[in-house]
Write a protein that binds this ligand. Structure first.
Ligand code: SF4
Ligand code: SF4
Length: 66
């Protein structure tokens, strides 16, 4: 079973390029004027974490939270 995570963005690193949003298979990230994450759509694949060119994203385990 895939470990459920939430994706957290580091505002000091993110330059709103939209790369993570473009790679997410379930449209769980939206990048417009600001970066947004939709937990209910996320399937915890972590593709976005790998895709970010500046390492601004990290996956935080949700165990015990939901
Ligand atoms: S972990 Fe996967 S599903 Fe969740 S936001 Fe990142 S790319 Fe999208
Ligand atoms: S890929 Fe990284 S730098 Fe680009 S919008 Fe996503 S979190 Fe920000």
């Amino acid at each position: 079973m895939v470990e459920k995570v939430k994706i957290v963005m580091d505002e000091d690193r993110c330059y709103l390029c939209g790369g993570c949003a473009g790679m997410c298979p379930t449209l769980a990230i939206n990048v417009g004027p600001k970066w947004e994450f939709f937990l209910d759509r996320c399937i915890s694949c972590k593709i976005c974490v790998t895709a970010c060119p500046v390492g601004a994203l990290k996956a935080v385990p949700l165990e015990g939270e939901s």
